[in-house]
Design a protein around this ligand. Structure first.
Ligand code: C5P
Length: 220
């Protein structure tokens, strides 16, 4: 429901999947739709927060009352998150960030040739946005990450809470097609920095978003 639990708080949410160009017509990406991040941005706005949504390649309508910034690549996402995080109380990284990008981006479309029956792509690591931003976190700022896993969900999520300096991670089993990528529903485990856990029922992404915002507003 509508309330003012987050009145006066500045919340930055990222959503969608980054695109890493290969040439003017091609890119590498992932299956993220942006639905979870958009639902979180809307829930935070309804709770009275001043919300900036940094969206990577989404086609969803802007949530009402939310400022949306559109970006494509992981490096553009990093720049925008760093700028927005300065004055933010909360950062929620729901975007699926490409871990690697093509080492070179061709100026012109890459052509197939008689010599190129096979082709090898060289990739380089993208910056880890949460790690970078989490390292400069001020007291009182909350940083929340997502862990989309296909195996060892909780173990992997616990590792990420520590390595990325998070206050909370939202762990999500993407091997289950009923939830996660492009689905309208989700079922997650909230994992806190102190090791405590809370599992949500299978419900709509807006419901999961409300539960997350309720937890965050208690911690603010
Ligand atoms: O390490 P992994 O990609 O599984 O971690 C997922 C979390 O880290 C998500 O919250 C995602 O938005 C964030 N992430 C990031 N920068 C990256 C990769 C992931 O901030 N380069």
């Amino acid at each position: 429901g509508s309330n003012h639990r987050m009145a006066g708080k500045r919340v930055v949410v990222t959503a969608g999947g980054t695109r890493e160009p290969l040439d003017p017509v091609r890119y590498l990406t992932n299956h993220s739709s942006g639905k979870m991040g958009y639902a979180i941005a809307q829930a935070a706005q309804r709770a009275g927060a001043d919300v900036t949504l940094i969206a990577a390649n989404t086609v969803l309508p802007a949530p009402k009352g939310v400022k949306v910034v559109h970006i494509q690549t992981a490096r553009e996402l990093l720049k925008n998150v760093q700028a927005a995080f300065e004055a933010a109380d909360v950062l929620i990284m729901a975007a699926a960030v490409a871990d690697y990008r093509p080492a070179e981006v061709a100026d012109q479309k890459i052509k197939k040739t008689a010599q190129n029956e096979t082709m090898t792509l060289k990739l380089v690591r993208n910056p880890d946005i949460l790690k970078t931003v989490g390292a400069s976190k001020r007291p009182g700022q909350l940083v929340i990450g997502f862990a989309a896993e296909t195996t060892d969900l909780i173990t992997n999520a616990e590792k990420k809470v520590k390595s990325k300096h998070l206050d909370l991670i939202v762990a999500n089993d993407v091997s289950n097609q009923k939830i996660g990528f492009n689905s309208d529903n989700n079922q997650v485990t909230f994992l806190f920095a102190d090791g405590s856990q809370e599992k949500t029922p299978l419900e709509s992404k807006p419901k999961v978003a409300e539960a997350l915002i309720a937890i965050i507003s208690q911690k603010l």
